[in-house]
Design a protein around this ligand. Structure first.
Ligand code: AHR
Length: 486
């Protein structure tokens, strides 16, 4: 191994020289151009099961606020300044409803207040849509219950509602059953954010073949407006199969409550991609990047064609684009192995550092340039190569995710171990506690404690030779657990 590593060292030295020379040649001012630190990239799912279906993701003042179906009485919210941090963001209960099996919460800002629309079943009554209003302009609440929206005759079933702001008026679009038995899209006028001033009228029924797979359904509608045009995107076919997908209506002028004012695009705009291992993508929301230049979609999907409407549906996030004709282009659902850069304008509080052990004077190192999950972490003579660049992203409570500049993988407590001597490896960044490290700095040296094992990052056996191991050990305060981070 040492021989291989030595060969790698020669390669590194040559690459380092090449990099500097290239920098001098390529950079117009003769100085090696600074390489921007990689933003907090992420892989999907952005939010893992179980509270991860039917997501609404809102970006407000540089933070993301995330709500999704919980199947309980609770509405829980995650907040993060980056998409990459969502996974490890704690779930905060923002409201406990009187009903159960809460579905599809929708978060909307109207006149400097935030509203949460969701459906629950109250004992013995049909599932209906309820509304909460925030006390101030903070999406995290606190919230006051504002009652049930009276959307269908006879207190009828109504779910998946969201607000459309059009021509200076508020409308509420939702899913309900028509007398012909089809679960369709409806729209109702609103006199204020928590009052429907009339029952809904149907504007779309699942009549096309791609809307009727595994069950004829139109639901989960979400308004997308750009360049004076209004699109109503929605989920079609039944969520209990892999053919759940997105379709789109466009408002063509006239009374928004009239079906004739809406036209349906004849083909779906987003659907399963077997090659990427994504099935039943749907029940989405759109949000803008913190700098407002990008539009992104959050949606749920399954990783197997045999999964359905349960808690296997996880939240995925990806950027969309726009066609020349002004319609949205959602592309295809990306695989869960695709590494995506975070939305532009995120407050990138990730910092790059070397971690040099106080006892060995060696640096934490992606051993032998590993790139596969499970790649080794060791100590090596300090150098300026990406294998010794570690990107620290705060995930809250003074914990950090620590990703390697060469592998893009995260420092990881292998196999959720807890015993002294447990192995430290690199693994696909997943935001779990095994990849969260609490940094405590005293007199210029730092200890790193794993959130799962509560053990310290340790220069194993007080070694001093390049290639020495790094493990986890009971925190002792000794020099072999002290690291100079910088
Ligand atoms: O996930 C629960 C419900 O199932 C959602 O409200 C609906 O969109 C889907 O059919």
């Amino acid at each position: 191994m040492l021989f291989a590593h030595r060969r790698a060292t020669v390669w590194r030295a040559m690459s380092f020289v090449a990099a500097v020379v290239a920098g001098l040649i390529l950079s117009p001012i003769g100085q090696p151009q600074a390489v921007a630190a990689p933003g907090p990239s992420f892989t999907n799912p952005a939010v893992p099961a179980p509270n991860s279906a039917d997501p609404t993701l809102v970006q407000f003042n540089g933070n993301y606020y995330y709500v999704a179906t919980t199947w309980t009485s609770d509405i829980v919210m995650r907040r993060s300044s980056t998409i990459a941090g969502l996974r490890s963001a704690p779930e905060q209960v923002v409201f406990r409803s009187a009903g159960d099996t809460m579905w599809a919460p929708h978060l909307e800002q109207i006149n400097n207040r935030w509203y949460l629309y969701y459906s629950v079943e109250l004992a013995g009554a049909p599932r209906r849509t309820h509304v909460l209003e925030s006390a101030g302009n903070d999406p995290a609440g606190p919230y006051t219950y504002r009652g049930i929206l009276n959307l269908m005759p006879n207190n009828g079933w109504a779910i998946d509602g969201a607000v459309l702001k059009l021509n200076g008026a508020l409308y509420f679009h939702f899913s309900a059953f028509h007398s012909d038995g089809l679960q369709s899209l409806y729209i109702a006028p609103m006199s204020n954010p928590y009052t429907a001033s009339a029952f809904g009228t149907r504007i779309s029924a699942p009549t096309l073949a791609w809307e009727r797979q595994d069950g004829a359904v139109n639901e989960g509608s979400f308004a997308l407006q750009r360049g004076g045009r209004t699109f109503l995107t929605y989920s079609a076919s039944h969520c209990n199969g892999p053919n759940y997908k997105l379709g789109m209506l466009e408002y063509r002028g006239g009374n928004p409550l009239a079906a004739a004012s809406w036209s349906k695009f004849s083909n779906p705009i987003f659907q399963r991609n077997d090659a990427n291992g994504v099935f039943g993508p749907g029940h989405h929301s759109f949000f803008t990047s913190p700098d407002g230049t990008e539009t992104w979609i959050a949606y749920h999907a399954n990783s197997s064609a045999s999964q359905g409407c349960g808690t296997t549906r996880t939240t995925r996030v990806q950027k969309i684009s726009w066609n020349a004709d002004g319609t949205p282009n959602l592309g295809v659902p990306v695989s869960t192995s695709t590494v995506l850069a975070g939305p532009s304008g995120e407050v990138n509080n990730t910092r790059r550092a070397h971690l040099r052990n106080q006892h060995s004077n060696l640096c934490l190192d992606d051993y032998n340039f590993g790139t596969a999950p499970g790649a080794e972490v060791r100590q090596w003579t300090c150098n300026d190569l990406p294998v010794q660049d570690w990107y620290l992203t705060p995930v809250g409570d003074n914990y950090y995710a620590i990703a390697n500049g060469h592998s893009g993988l995260c420092l990881d407590n292998k196999d959720f171990a807890t015993a002294p001597g447990s192995v430290v490896q690199q693994w696909t960044c997943n935001g779990l506690a095994v990849q969260q490290w609490r940094l405590t700095t005293t007199n210029g040296t730092t200890t790193l404690v794993n959130r799962h094992s509560n053990l310290c990052l340790d220069n194993y056996n007080f070694a001093t030779a390049p290639g020495s191991e790094v493990r986890q050990w009971t925190c002792t305060g000794a020099a072999n657990q002290q690291w100079i981070v910088g």
